[in-house]
Design a protein around this ligand. Structure first.
Ligand code: GRF
Length: 218
């Protein structure tokens, strides 16, 4: 059984999607712990309701980012995780933390990277006028939202969209994409070749989830 640690800061809907898929699809893995950077995060309540072990580690009281991240690394390492999944974890991780968990650390970002790294991705997608938007699961490196891409989900941007409607469409796609990609991780299918992800025994098209992208959807 491989251990997964999920780091959250907020709503925790991706964490819940991962937990549900892990249980219902009988992954060779379990969520050892959900660690939240905020005690009052909605995801803390959700995780407890799902029967998951929840830990809270807030930055308050730590001298600086390095000290906090060292404490976090120690907490995470206690579970000997095969995968550490960032799921709406709203803190930038120190280079030392990233290096320590490199290869095991994954994130979901709400855009089709390398487009729109950073914050406010949906507003930026609307402002730019892209026709396709989505989400990316990637391995975490020191470069913000810049690590090797594991899988992507694409959704249409519709003429009537505002930030909320587009965010909701992307989030629905995230809930399918993140569990799928994490399952590959725990199954040992994700390999790095020349700095890019190569999937063992790939099925054509499985790294791209295209949702509602037919011409009729615009
Ligand atoms: C998601 O949009 C995710 O892509 C981004 O933060 C949001 C987290 O949502 N990194 P939730 O906490 O999983 O509901």
């Amino acid at each position: 059984m491989k251990e997964i640690v999920v780091l959250i800061s907020g709503r925790g809907s991706n964490m819940a999607a991962i937990a549900q898929a892990c249980a219902s699809e009988h992954w060779p893995a379990r969520i050892a712990a959900v660690i939240s950077s905020r005690a009052d995060a909605e995801g803390v309540t959700t995780a407890r309701a799902l029967g998951l072990a929840v830990e809270v580690l807030e930055p308050r009281g730590f001298a600086d980012r390095a000290a906090f991240d060292d404490a976090l690394a120690e907490r995470v390492e206690r579970h000997r995780p095969h995968v550490v999944a960032l799921a709406g974890y709203m803190r930038i991780l120190s280079e030392r933390f990233v290096e320590r968990f490199q290869g095991r650390l994954v994130n979901i970002h709400p855009s089709l990277l390398p487009a729109f790294p950073g914050l406010h991705t949906h507003a930026r997608a609307l402002a730019t006028g892209v026709a396709v938007h989505g989400a990316t699961v990637h391995l975490v490196t020191a470069e913000l939202d810049g690590g090797p891409i594991v899988a992507q989900a694409a959704v249409p941007v519709r003429a009537a969209d505002d930030e909320a409607s587009l965010a909701a469409r992307v989030l629905e796609a995230e809930h399918l994409l993140y569990p799928r990609a994490l399952r590959w991780m725990v199954e040992g299918r994700v390999e790095l070749v020349d700095g890019r992800v190569s999937l063992r025994d790939p099925v054509p098209g499985e790294r791209l989830l295209a949702i509602g992208l037919g011409a009729e959807s615009r």
